[in-house]
Every structure is written in structure tokens, then in C-alpha cells.
Design a protein around this ligand. Structure first.
Ligand code: SAM
Length: 275
């Protein structure tokens, strides 16, 4: 018998993958967690029926959520990842030699536990000496932080359940306070085919708080529509004006200096969402 999983984006469109077997299934205190083995993309983490990451294409998202802000900041030392319990963003963060401490705050310890077990190539840096893993609400962590971080990445689930407040204006105000005076943050802001209002609203909120606001995209086959967006808010450093000499050699599969710059070139229908 064949098993196929579909993440429904709307009642008329979804992404479908053939499943070999279920590795773990559990209702945690925060969300439904499923770890499955797919035929095409290796092991895959699902939260509330939505694809979070797969072994085959995870590098695109994790490299793009991290290296774009980290190469934009001239000397990132203290970095925070909100969400990101699979560990992929942290694995990329600690590739930067300037980083002295990388803090990860995910609300759900079960995501961390099962990512370590079933996604070892993604979660592999969570035990690194520079990494501080905290199981806590990212919203509360930000509310308590002041002038602490050089770079903050919001690697959250979609804006439902515990992540809904991570897409609100008050959260971005908190991030601004939590960042140092030349800090920079990035948030994943879903896809421009089915979440146009979200992109428009987040961009507007960030623009009202940060002097520099930018949107960039990348391509991820297992995320709905394939095209994914990230929104940057920066106090001082512009991701479009990174000196060529700042890009140092780093082991990546998607991110390059040219991709960094090209990712900010937006199709017209995406540009129109930001007006
Ligand atoms: N890359 C994925 C995507 O865009 O689909 C998201 C990665 S997944 C690991 C996101 C994580 O955000 C989950 O582990 C979830 O537990 C966490 N999360 C959701 N709400 C949170 C909150 N309020 N504070 C901290 N972590 C949160």
C-alpha cells in the first residue's frame, strides 16, 4: 500500500510527498509533532501538519535565514535564534568564527529532542560549546532582553498557535530593544502566493520600527509554492551594501556572495506587496 502526505495550503492546493514510514508521532504541550521518513526528501519534521524541514532541502532555508544577516553585520558575536528547535539555523550560525555565543530559544523541548534523534545532520551543532539551548517562549525571552544581541533570527512556525505573537508589531519592538545599537534581525515571512497580507503587514510594521527594512527570497521545494520570503530589520547595516571583502570562505550549498545580492531582486508582484 502507498502512503502520501499532503500539506494543504488552501482547500484547493497542497504539497504532496510519498511517505515510507512514521518514525514518531506525538501531541506535545504546544503542537502535533510528526517525524516521518519520505521517499524523496529523507526524514521530515512536521508540526501541526506543516512541513518544517527535510533532510534533503533544509540547507536552503537554514543557510538563507542565517548567512544573509550574519554577513551583513560586520562583527556578529552574540546571536539569538527564536524557534529553530531542529538546530539547522544554529549549525549555520556557528560556522561564523566571530560568533562567541549562539542562544536558541524554542518553546517546545520535544522538537529539540526528536530532531536530535531523527535529524542528526541538522541538529548536530546543538551540543557545541558556544551554543546555549533554552526551552522557553521566544516572546517572553525577547521581552526580558535589552541591548544584548548583534543578530536575531526568528525561525518560527507559521503564525498560528504559539508562534502567532511572533508576527506582531509588539514583538518587533521588543526585538529592536533586545538588539545592540547596530543590531539586525530577520524573520521568515512565508510565501508570496498565499500569504500576501502577512508579508505586507510584517514589512510595514518592521519599516516603522527599523531604519532599514529589506525583503529577500529563496527557493525551497517542500514549502508551499516553493518561493519563500525573509524580512530583515536593521538599525545600521544594509544587507544591500555589504563590502565584497567581508564575504569570507564558508562551507555552504546554496548561499554565495552572488546569491546574497540576487536574493533581494524581487519579482514585480512581490515588490508590489511592499508598497
Ligand atoms: N523552518 C521552519 C519553517 O519555516 O517552516 C520552522 C522551523 S520549526 C523548528 C519552528 C519552531 O518554532 C518550532 O520548533 C516551534 O516549537 C517554535 N516556536 C513556535 N512558537 C514559538 C515561540 N513562541 N517561542 C519559541 N519558539 C517557538
Amino acid at each position: 500500500m502507498e502512503f502520501w502526505f499532503t500539506e494543504k495550503q488552501t482547500e484547493r492546493f497542497g504539497i504532496t510527498m510519498k511517505i515510507k514510514r512514521t518514525l514518531h508521532s506525538e501531541k506535545t504541550a504546544f503542537q502535533q509533532l510528526d517525524m516521518v521518513e519520505t521517499e524523496e526528501f529523507g526524514n521530515m519534521l512536521l508540526l501541526d501538519g506543516m512541513v518544517m524541514t527535510t533532510e534533503k532541502d533544509e540547507f536552503v532555508y537554514h543557510e538563507m535565514v542565517t548567512h544573509v544577516p550574519l554577513f551583513t553585520h560586520p562583527n556578529p558575536k552574540h546571536v539569538l535564534v527564536v524557534g529553530g528547535g531542529d538546530g539547522g539555523a544554529i549549525r549555520e550560525v556557528i560556522k561564523h568564527p566571530s560568533v562567541e555565543k549562539a542562544t536558541l530559544v524554542d518553546i517546545d523541548g520535544k522538537v529539540i529532542e526528536y530532531s536530535k534523534k531523527y535529524l542528526p545532520t541538522i541538529a548536530c551543532a546543538l551540543e557545541d560549546a558556544r551554543v546555549d539551548v533554552q526551552v522557553d517562549d521566544g516572546f517572553m525571552h525577547i521581552a526580558k532582553s535589552e541591548n544584548e544581541y548583534d543578530v536575531i533570527m526568528v525561525d518560527s512556525t507559521e503564525p498560528v498557535g504559539p508562534a502567532a505573537k511572533l508576527f506582531e508589531r509588539g514583538f518587533y519592538e521588543g526585538i529592536s530593544k533586545a538588539l545592540k545599537e547596530d543590531g539586525i534581525f530577520v524573520a521568515q515571512t512565508d510565501n508570496p502566493w498565499f500569504h500576501q497580507d502577512l508579508i505586507t503587514n510584517v514589512y510595514k510594521d518592521v519599516q516603522e520600527i527599523f531604519p532599514i527594512t529589506r525583503l529577500y527570497t529563496c527557493n525551497i521545494p517542500t514549502y508551499p509554492s516553493g518561493m519563500w520570503t525573509f524580512t530583515i530589520g536593521s538599525k545600521k547595516h544594509d544587507p544591500l551594501k555589504v563590502e565584497a571583502t567581508r564575504f569570507h570562505e564558508i562551507d555552504t550549498k546554496y548561499y554565495t556572495k552572488d546569491i546574497h545580492n540576487a536574493a533581494f531582486v524581487l519579482p514585480k508582484f512581490v515588490q508590489d506587496l511592499l508598497k
